[in-house]
Design a protein around this ligand. Structure first.
Ligand SMILES: C[S@@+](CC[C@H](N)C(=O)[O-])C[C@H]1O[C@@H](n2cnc3c(N)ncnc32)[C@H](O)[C@@H]1O
Length: 282
């Protein structure tokens, strides 16, 4: 699992995933999670209603001023980050394949008086579903692991960008997936294995997931090299690729909380836990 404190012991490597089976399986799991996430401390919807910005400092610094710029947020979940960009002055659209997530996002936009458009669609259908192009395509933090074809993803992003517009991706670093959950020191999982992975685990990555039954999901690993190569092959010019030494949850039990981030303890050798990149359409 790319996000969450779930154990990886239950993983079954699938030899093959039947066509688009992953879409129905994953959509059902995400639909079920939405009310739990909305009620969770992790997402702190009350704080968001009261004005909290949910974006991470490195994201706002790396994206820069969004005032007056159009921004599409792909795989926006129930829209907190999308609406945080709207609070910063962007003209936003959010897209997700989960109808309950998008219903919640629309409600939150209404309640907070923020102008935003939210659309239910599969990621790969985004250009048709959104029907326009943008200055900025923003995505990540647990998004790419749900997509089987990273080259098709990059082409989809490129099709959504205006000339001169850019993709900003912030994602959990796939190298971090290779280490054991207890200590984060033992190389345990294969970085290069691209077989789809099936998960059958109860709960979710937020608090409040105890009521959720086993949520079957199908996920896909994409190395950093695969993602960067796909972005370049889609015709975008890479501006930077940054690796970060912190993450958003205690993916190893040894990480220490520091503000809203989790970090290695002082003096311990570190590995990258997140990465971010920006790439521009000529
Ligand atoms: C971890 S969340 C996104 C992370 C977001 N940064 C957040 O924490 O709010 C992943 C999202 O991807 C969406 N998703 C997964 N597969 C998708 C697909 N094929 N098309 C569109 N959305 C998809 C899920 O519904 C979910 O809302």
């Amino acid at each position: 699992m790319d996000i969450g404190s779930l154990s990886r012991t239950a993983v079954i490597i699938l030899g093959r995933v039947a066509n688009d089976e992953y879409l129905d399986v994953n959509r059902a799991m995400w639909d079920e999670r939405v009310p739990v996430h909305v009620a969770s401390d992790f997402y702190d919807v009350a704080g968001f209603r009261a004005g909290t910005d949910t974006l991470r400092d490195f994201e706002t610094a790396e994206v820069g001023d969004v005032a007056g710029r159009s921004l599409a947020h792909l795989q926006c979940h129930f829209g907190l980050d999308t609406l945080s960009w709207a609070r910063r002055g962007a003209k936003v659209a959010g897209l997700d394949f989960s109808a309950p997530a998008i219903d919640t996002a629309r409600q939150l936009a209404d309640e907070t008086g923020l102008d935003a458009r939210f659309v239910v669609a599969d990621l790969y259908a985004a250009p048709e579903a959104l029907g326009e192009t943008y200055d900025i395509v923003y995505t990540g933090l647990g998004a790419l692991c749900w997509l089987p074809d990273i080259e098709r993803w990059a082409k989809t992003v490129a099709a959504l960008l205006k000339p001169g517009g850019f993709l900003y991706l912030a994602e959990f670093h796939p190298f971090a997936d290779t280490l054991d959950e207890e200590t984060g020191t033992v190389l345990t999982y294969d970085y290069f294995d691209r077989s789809p992975q099936e998960w059958n685990e109860p709960g979710t990555y937020t608090d409040g997931g105890a009521a959720l039954g086993a949520g079957r999901s199908i996920e896909f690993l994409h190395g950093v090299g695969d993602v960067v190569s796909a972005v370049i092959a889609a015709g975008l010019r890479l501006e930077f690729l940054h690796e970060h030494d912190h993450t958003l949850w205690p993916r190893y039990k040894t990480l220490e909380k520091s503000g809203t981030s989790y970090r290695f303890s002082e003096g311990r050798p570190r590995v990258p836990l997140m990465y971010s990149l920006r790439a521009t359409r000529a």
